[in-house]
Design a protein around this ligand. Structure first.
Ligand SMILES: [Fe+2]
Length: 213
């Protein structure tokens, strides 16, 4: 069934003007992965920049927010479940959160809506730097297919999140390096190559790995 214009409008990701997103470039310290890893002074990453990387973001007012239903309808997110990550709820907690923190990608979007608690999604910028996205209650985030990323809880050690998916879910992480995978190539062609075009319109053939081959 076609999605109505009203639903489509309601499902629009937050814009720069309305966003309450907090994201920053990470420092290089070897501290616990759960600490914020902000630089001094802080170097913020804008929502506009995250959009160029293919990351979408909404701040919702709980599960009853009509935007949630609209996003699910507009984007075809038929599947949903709820996952709780905490030392009490997850066996082998310390080991598990280390595995979430391995750099990886998926063959589909990763979609999370934080119901309680908080955590960090880290995504790779075009220049390989890590951008840390602070996700807390009410934040909904979509990471595109093929983006290199990782997840960690913060020092509160607790998150309860809704996981959404188009059809039957596939959660398998594919650890980096996996540059030859179709999902990765698609990501590079869609986002990284267009970014190269954006930054250096005169040198697309040398700047884009897709155009170079
Ligand atoms: Fe993931």
């Amino acid at each position: 069934m076609a999605v109505s214009e009203d639903v489509r409008r309601l499902a629009e990701p937050d814009s720069m003007e309305t966003s309450e997103l907090d994201a920053w470039y990470m420092d290089d310290s070897e501290d616990d992965q759960r600490s914020p890893h902000r630089k001094t002074p802080n170097e913020a990453a804008s929502l506009e920049h995250l959009k160029k990387l293919g990351v979408l973001y909404w701040r919702l007012k709980g599960e009853q927010d009509p935007k949630l239903a609209a996003i699910r309808e507009a984007r075809g997110y038929s599947y949903k479940d709820v996952i709780t990550v905490s030392p009490e709820k997850l066996p082998n907690y310390e080991q598990k959160i280390k595995s979430f923190y391995e750099e990886h990608m998926h063959t589909d979007e990763e979609i999370r809506f934080v119901l309680e608690g908080s955590g960090y999604f880290d995504v790779r910028d075009f220049d390989e730097r890590w951008i840390r996205i602070d996700c807390r209650e009410g934040d909904m985030i979509v990471l595109p297919e093929g983006i290199y990323h990782r997840f960690t809880l913060d020092s509160n050690n607790y998150i309860k999140a809704m996981r959404l998916f188009v059809g039957e879910p596939v959660w398998t992480p594919l650890n980096r390096p996996i540059d030859d995978h179709d999902s990765r190539k698609k990501y590079v062609a869609t986002f990284q190559a267009s970014e190269a075009f954006h930054e250096t319109p005169g040198s697309i053939s040398s700047a884009s790995p897709i155009a170079a081959h």
